[in-house]
Ligand binder design. Sequence first.
Ligand code: ACO
Length: 456
Amino acid sequence: VKNVGILAMEIYFPPTCVQQEALEFHDGASKGKYTIGLGQDCMAFCTDVEDVISMSLTAVNSLLEKYGVDPKQVGRLEVGSETVIDKSKSIKTFLMQIFEKCGNTDIEGVDSTNACYGGTAALFNCVNWVESSSWDGRYGLVVCTDSAEVSLCVHQVYAEGPARPTGGAAAIVMLIGPDAPIAFESKYRGSHMAHAYDFYKPNLASEYPVVDGKLSQTCYLMALDACYKHYCAKYEKFEGKQFSISDADYIVFHSPYNKLVQKSFARLVFDDFTRGASSIDEAAKEKFAPFSSLSGDESYQSRDLEKVAQQVAKPLYDSKVQPTTLIPKQVGNMYTASIYAAFVSLLHNKNSELAGKRIIMFSYGSGLTATMFSLKLQEGQYPFSLSNIASVMSVDEKLKSRIEVAPEKFVETLKLMEHRYGGKDFVTSKDTSCLAPGTYYLTEVDSMYRRFYSQK
Ligand code: ACO
């Protein structure tokens, strides 16, 4: 089996959204804090008829239909999510409804959970399966689905909490198999996993996370450094030459908010400086020189270094990273789906130019788990071609057809969802006026906590 990777993709995000500028004003934050400070434009959220299960039902169904994939041809289904709806029953089992109908119950895989990393774990499981001796020749299917809005409620309780503008919601589905237009360079993976309390959800009766915002940023950057180091070492071992960011055409980051992506790319440029890599020219060396003796810890804390690095990195950021930022800026932090939504943005923006390109991916999940890996792209064969993937996902139409909601209405929805979290014995509004035909939605949770969905 050769070129195992992603054959097809679909993305779904709720049509309801709130503008970050309006939210700034509503929250009494200073003007520009969410839009320039965090770099976010807009945030999608689920109303009472949508959740991670309905979003993934919609996305899976749509992918199978639009690429003409027979549900019987799926042999593995893996879900990554950190939005816990049931502590025992996996989201995967809800999705089996689609496959059971077609008489296919022979499908391995369950859910993977560790903050925003679960989707990457699910993806690796599928890729590894196709590359293994237990592969039965059928497709793998990966679902990344999260709704980060509920986590915002806690900050509302602590009026104007800082994590509030960093919500979001989406589901992304990827079809996995050989001869893929988006192939894994499986030899070059660098991981960093450690024990940290930066962002976690210890209260099992609630969906709310406990967040140390500043620590989570530092953990993210430390994990990035470590993964990059391991990635480079593996590349150098196999290729016999040094790796630098010049060898990556695009770099895709887990994107909780855009400012962190800007800082992360700048950090990689600084890393190349400290490694003496060829990507750093004389002018950049001069600018970085005053920081060459900083210890690791000092370098994470230095605001001056952060500024200089972002300045040095700016032209490269514009060419290698900016094309990946559209959906994360427009939809918000989609947790497990976030990095893949950034990748979808790249497919959307640079579609016709991607054949032959190498994409570096950095996946981060608090707690913490992180991996840097790379993808090699080729045009592929219809329907599994880069151009068809971009056209099926129709990102522009999805973004344009959204319904902007006032912050007051958004907050009202959050309150309702907070009240319903973990609840039973209710019917939803069944208001599907905002949803596109074919979208799944939640109708009822009965007295036994069983959830029921319909399709519009
Ligand atoms: N105009 C322009 N910029 C502004 C303005 C303004 N009016 N006000 C503030 N800013 C800038 C700040 O200077 C800062 O920029 P900098 O980082 O370049 O210095 C930025 O906006 C953020 O301001 P802070 O005061 O640092 O923000 P706050 O204390 O509100 O916290 C944080 C931000 C930590 C991201 C918070 O939203 C949070 O905790 N989010 C959840 C955790 C998270 O997403 N972590 C990321 C990795 S883990 C994960 O993926 C869940």
